[in-house]
Design a protein around this ligand. Sequence first.
Ligand SMILES: NC(=O)c1ccc[n+]([C@@H]2O[C@H](COP(=O)([O-])OP(=O)(O)OC[C@H]3O[C@@H](n4cnc5c(N)ncnc54)[C@H](O)[C@@H]3O)[C@@H](O)[C@H]2O)c1
Length: 259
Amino acid sequence: MKLDGKVAVITGAARGLGRACAERFLQEGAKLVLADIDGAELARTADALGRPANVLAVPTDVTKREQVGALIAAAVERFCRLDIMLNNAGIARSQPFLDIAEGDFDAVLGVNLKGAFFGTQAAGRRMVTQGGGGVIVNMSSINALLANPNLATYAMSKGGMNQLTAVAAMALAPHGIRVVGIGPGTILTEMVEKAIMTSDEARRAVLSRTPIGRCGEPSEIASVAAFLASDDASYMTGQTIYPDGGRLVLNYTVPVADG
Ligand SMILES: NC(=O)c1ccc[n+]([C@@H]2O[C@H](COP(=O)([O-])OP(=O)(O)OC[C@H]3O[C@@H](n4cnc5c(N)ncnc54)[C@H](O)[C@@H]3O)[C@@H](O)[C@H]2O)c1
């Protein structure tokens, strides 16, 4: 088991990629502190994991600094330490660039970038206090590097997140703390169904740019998260890696089957 005895906090854990990472981390032997703004769904997810002694659910809005601080404190109170922080909570708004209002910018940057910053700082402080070591994983996106005009706020937030990963890695390296990012391609979760796969045309647009010919499964991101959070990735820090079905290196479009 890659994460035996490690204490991991996962934000945005009620569903989607966060939930898949929770399932995988638990299989790998970790103790989990799960956070989400949707407290009811979070409680259902924690119950479904079926290991109450090793799973704590803490309803948290990652845009609120004091709530993120309380989340880390709850993890330490329950499991005595913190080894892994997965800043996964995120939102996307699909809208034309010229229609973006200040509230849209604040909402998306607030969760995706400010929330991850709060999580990185609070986790980093705790890891330093307990003597160093630990891993912080930020859930970025291929949109950190691509420029989809209908996902501008999302792209800006994830581009910023890649730099958060890089600068935090430099700041925390002297303490033996690694900071790494994951930039998934299109993975079938609720976010993608609501914000991206909204029509057959949208589906074709995604698949024509996906050499592997299908969207990813949440478990295919969770396995990368487990690797990065483990000692198997002990020489990696500051980077974001991209499980994306070949999307980023593609320089043409591929045929898409009907359906
Ligand atoms: N699904 C994909 O294809 C994909 C691709 C690239 C990156 N990502 C990233 O992966 C992460 C998870 O995405 P997903 O597809 O599982 O989305 P999702 O919508 O299925 O799940 C996101 C979770 O975050 C929670 N959340 C939202 N705002 C929050 C807040 N303020 N505080 C705490 N929790 C909050 C939601 O309640 C939800 O449970 C996001 O950061 C997203 O940007 C997803």
